[in-house]
Design a protein around this ligand. Structure first.
Ligand code: KG4
Ligand code: ZN
Length: 342
């Protein structure tokens, strides 16, 4: 019998999440975010794993309750295998394996980035392969050609900072707190994107590599130049202008490369996922640019584009449809393995 009810678990970073997908339809998605990390200006791995350990069972229980299924109704369990923080991953992975062993049902280890690529499948309509997938988060910036489930071609990745990391670092320079993306986005809406011309590294390179470190440095130099005797005083309007100009530079590069790839590879559908996909400047640039060249952009709701278990359960469900058997021999891994790509 083909399994139809999948319990998904995600614990790769600072979100503990569980979700149920039944017959390809999402029934529940519970996410508990570890907000206390903001106090430290970034995620503290050891504290993250301990918090996952406390949260995981109640979160799974709630996901099952919300989906109105009991643990006996679950036909397969899936959990994020990597990339991510090893200690955090182990909590979700081993909880998932434990449930699968106890219930004698398949366990599917899921690649976090692969799950992000298919997160638009949580909505209808969704992109159809072959499609382009842009994954932009605090840890990743990847442009991938998705030929089908399990068949991926890496077109380009960042050679230094991730896109979200650049937002976080610029927010830190401006003393705007962590995470930086949402606050920069909000302030950019009030500022002038043409006030300062920041660097747009690799914008004109012929490939699909990205670089955000030079952009971040260009903001840093601008702030240094503005300081008098080492003291920087900016009024609120100036901060808004810097946010708007930085955001325009970052999203210009992302959107222009994605749209160029859509033309070069003759791809109609474009999926965008990861925390930075919530950025209003990026959304605007992609939607207007795509419309101009007859392409379609799919961006999941924010709850499904940041880390969540719904995308884990959804990808596992697609894999099961293709005959995946799963297996318990699946260690956690920290970094993206080249083996994901053809
Ligand atoms: O996918 P995500 O929640 O977590 C991982 O990194 O895995 O992404 C978080 C990142 C942070 O760097 C945050 O600053 C960024 O996404 N972010 C945004 C926005 N909302 C979140 N960046 C730009 N604009 C936003 N509206
Ligand atoms: Zn992620």
């Amino acid at each position: 019998m083909t399994p139809v009810t999948v319990l998904g678990i995600e614990s790769s970073c600072d979100e503990t999440s569980a979700a149920v997908v039944r017959n390809g339809t999402l029934c529940s998605n519970i996410i508990s975010s570890q907000l206390f990390h903001s106090e430290y200006g970034g995620v503290v791995p050891e504290l993250a794993s301990r918090a996952h350990l406390r949260a995981i069972l109640p979160i799974i229980r709630k996901a099952l309750d919300d989906a109105q299924v009991s643990i006996e109704d679950v036909d397969a369990v899936a959990a994020t295998q990597g990339p991510g923080l090893i200690g955090s991953l182990l909590v979700g992975l081993n909880t998932g394996k434990g449930i699968a062993i106890a219930r004698d049902i398949p366990f599917l280890p899921v690649h976090h980035i692969e799950a992000h690529l298919f997160s638009p499948y949580l909505h209808d309509p969704h992109p159809e392969p072959p499609f382009l997938g842009l994954v932009v988060s605090g840890g990743h910036t990847l442009l991938i050609l998705v030929r089908n489930v399990g068949k991926y071609e890496l077109l380009g990745t960042t050679i230094d900072d991730a896109a979200g990391e650049a937002f976080d670092k610029v927010a830190k320079m401006l003393d705007l707190g962590y995470p930086g993306g949402p606050v920069i986005d909000a302030r950019a809406a009030r500022g002038n994107p043409n006030a300062v011309t920041f660097a747009r590294p690799l914008l004109d390179s012929k490939d699909y590599r990205f670089s955000f470190s030079g952009l971040k440095t260009s903001v840093l130099y601008h702030l240094r130049d503005r300081a008098e005797n080492g003291v920087l005083r900016l009024n609120e309007d100036e901060v808004d202008d810097i946010c708007a100009s930085f955001q325009r530079a970052a999203t210009d590069v992302l959107a222009s490369k994605v749209l160029r790839a859509a033309k070069e590879y003759d791809i109609r559908d474009i999926a965008v996922a990861g925390g930075v996909s919530a950025n209003s400047g990026l959304k605007h640039a992609l939607h207007t640019g795509a419309e101009r060249i007859g392409r379609k952009v799919f961006i999941p709701d924010i709850a499904y584009s940041t880390d969540n278990a719904a995308m884990i359960a959804m990808l596992a469900s697609l894999q099961l449809q293709q005959g995946a058997q799963g297996g318990l021999q699946s260690p956690a891994f920290a970094r993206i393995a080249d083996s994901m790509f053809q």
